[in-house]
Design a binder for this molecule. Sequence first.
Ligand code: NOJ
Length: 465
Amino acid sequence: MFGFKLGKDFLIGTGNSAFQSEGAWDRDGKSENIMEHYAREFAGKYAAGYVPGTVDITRRMKPYSEDLPDRGCFFYDHYEAYIEDMKKTGQNTYRFSLSWCRIIPAGVGEVNPKGIEFYNKVINKCLECNITPFVDLYHWDLPQCLMEKGGFLNPEFPQWFEAYAKVCFEAFGDRVKLWSTFNESDIAVTSGYGTNRFPPFREGNREGQLAGHHVLIAHFRAVRLYKSMNLGGKIGAVNCFTSITPARMCQEDIDAAARQTERRFGWWTEPMLEGRYPQRLIRECAYVRDNMPVNYQEDLDRWFIPMDFLGVNYYICNRTQYDPDRPMLSTYVENFYSSPGQQFAPYPPGLLDVLLYIKDRYHNIPVYITENGCALENINDPEKECDDPERITYLREHLRMCARALRAGCNLKGYYYWNDADSYEELDGYRLRFGLTWVDSSTGERRWKKSRHYFSEICKTKMVD
Ligand code: NOJ
């Protein structure tokens, strides 16, 4: 009843992704990825096809940042100092992604020894500091040269991905024991290929669902390969889970919330764990049913293999209500917790809802909260930004929910705060800052924020006040 405990084996740490943190975007043989490519193409402008003034509260209603992700938070140059800081923090894990463009610059074929060398150094440094690496193969940064061949839409994509995964498993699998295939497929695929909100800015549900199908097959092929290599670790995927609540007290809205949850979370999680798409969406929504890839179930039957755990990125809640005229027969309405247009309004109880839902719906599969983080505006004032009580409250409230979930029997294995240090936030550049460490985005100077000191106490005690 009293106290919020996380347990001594709980993994707790921070995370970041390659393209957001590394910088050195064109050094040592690395090629360009789609995140860099589109940031450059649309810097300061609305991305292709976007209609300014469109009112849809779940969508981004602003132009692309003028900043480019070329520097990240200078992790490529300062990885040792960053990992030393993690050690001082007392965290026992770090989640990061590998850059496909650094490892295989042409997307397929020749491996770049400098890319392998860099990640070997990062992994070895983590292990030296008693930090368990959690490694994502893909965090949004597809090589641009593969995009030019259709990206996820190319039926060869699963083979390309499997070949890249093989290089990574062979190079790092002796030391990395926690792997994830794809980060937030809902954003990368649905927003990227379906609704024109995210690189590569394409639109159309037929394309979106086909791209997603290829991503799922790529995921299965990597999981199969990993298991066949008997490297002794675990492999999963990272899906985002928005807590969606019904807007009104009626069954229609409860059904609308369930449909949206299945579309955004179940669309990836159900095939990954059970080998089929959410049947209810196919039955109820013509928009989904009429755009299914040819022979989709045959493909799933051929490639399906369950993964070992589920990674969940949790940030916000949405409220939705029944609307027969919208594709998913529902529409989002303003929620109680955000001001209009606010992108990351915290809603800590939603984290508990999400964990309880997964426990019931997915048979208590092991879960890691792979992202959860507090976005504050860059005010170009390090003193003020390092004094961040909002982020401390954010951490306390969400980690209390983790402790409650554990008490309620959820199979929660770990928590990664997003992110380790102020980095490049896709589309928002250096404007939105999540880090526990403040970083000067021009020089790379670093300072601990108060929230990092607070997080450190939680990491060291495995308790929350
Ligand atoms: C989820 C993404 O995985 C990460 O790259 C991003 O920075 C955060 N959301 C915040 O938008």
